[in-house]
Design a protein around this ligand. Sequence first.
Ligand code: NAD
Length: 488
Amino acid sequence: MSEERTNVGGVAVATGHFINNVRVSSHSTFEDRSPLDWSLKLADIARGSALDADLAVSAAQAAFPAWAALSVKQRANYLHRLADLIDENIERITTVECLDMAMLEESLRLRVIARAARNFRAYADLAEAYESRRWASNGTHNTVLRMPAGPTVVITPWNAPFMLSTWKCAPALAAGNTVILKPAEWSPLSCSLLMDLVLEAEFPPGVFNLVQGIGDEAGAALVADPRVRRISFTGSPKTGRRIGIAAARNLVPFTAELGGKGPFVVFADADLDLATEKAALMYDDAGQVCLAGTRLIVESSIRDEFLERLTNLTEKHVLGDSRDDDTTISPLIHPDHLARVEGFVQRSLEAGDTLIYGGERLMDDGLWFEPTLIEPRDNNAEIVQREVFGPVLTFQTFDSEAEAIELANSTEYGLTAMVFTTDERKADRFGLAARAGTIWVNCFLVRDLTAPFGGTGISGVGREGGDYALDFYSDLKTYQVKEDTTHG
Ligand code: NAD
């Protein structure tokens, strides 16, 4: 056992796992550094092993029957308490998350961490509001019951780790499952703070656990455990496939929210102020946003005007420290990721694509990369077909609606698609034809937590959000009673 803590921007963050409401250390640790200043080591974090994973699953399994037996209302009360505590601790969580993954501090404070609290409230309320489907047929009364499924493993990526983790843990807990969360090794700190709040909210031991560690070690051990009854993953398609294989071995339902390469289609009749303002937003969070529309696909007749406006807006972006109010573009998460983004751009330009602007890292000792726009030589170019996950957009033009739809649907991804037009019927046609889990017309990043969320193609398996998530985290049971054979 260990209660080791490290000071991160004035906040004491525990470096161990959290199992059975107790901090647990490992034999070894891994280093966590700040993207704002790579020379700054933030913490040595417990490097979870197969033994730690086993301990956490055992805790979740032991806690499951009592948690599942609580009423939905009782579980909702815990979730509401946790939501309140998140709201009370927004400043501390923001400070830590900003140092750890460099998302803009203002955006974390005003939008992202508050959304995490909303995740818990929304699923507490939705679980309470659930009404079993009941109907009569074939001489029986039928009822659909949502039964808690069992210990659930949640594995999350390094971008927006606090919010993305709560988005999955909240419905799992509301549905009556116990949870083992494994956050990404590049930004492990804010989820550790979440466990302090779980303790403060007096969750029963073993209900909500945290295992820190490397994906191929702690993560792989967790998803391989046959006692786990649900796996929920957000991350890259490559890891998604591996997790799918592990889930298949144990015949465990899993969802995967994976990468994106969203088309951002602008018709000549669009409100160009709106379209270019949203296009410039695609560089926010240094482009490390799965939902972003990173392929700009613009009607040929407005090519020059669109480019001029977008270039002017992009020039206003300020690359800097994510804690400064003026900064609009933060550094990338890790030197390896910076090298990956640089590699995409270099290969693209060597292959003959055209650089419209940007293309360089900002300085030798920082992790900033300029907002970049590339016109590919053709639609098969790697820069069009693969997710870069950095501040790099591509620019293509079209001459007809059919061509716009063809280009939009021309990658293996299918997470989001955006279209800008003032023609409602054109928008509707695009919305029906575009291959994506979410379509945004004249907007971006608007989310309703009750709507289904997920991707098609290599962008994901299954849907979460609202009742879709609660159904996924439950075993649905059909209960049939022969008419006139029982009485109260
Ligand atoms: P990643 O796939 O490398 O890692 C994600 C998580 O999986 C990490 O916690 C990692 O430790 C773990 N992991 C790695 N190998 C594992 C294994 N063998 N078994 C179990 N767990 C393992 O992804 P990343 O680089 O952290 O995140 C970036 C990716 O996430 C991008 O592709 C991005 O588009 C995607 N993403 C998708 C969404 C969405 O909602 N669809 C949201 C955010 C990020």
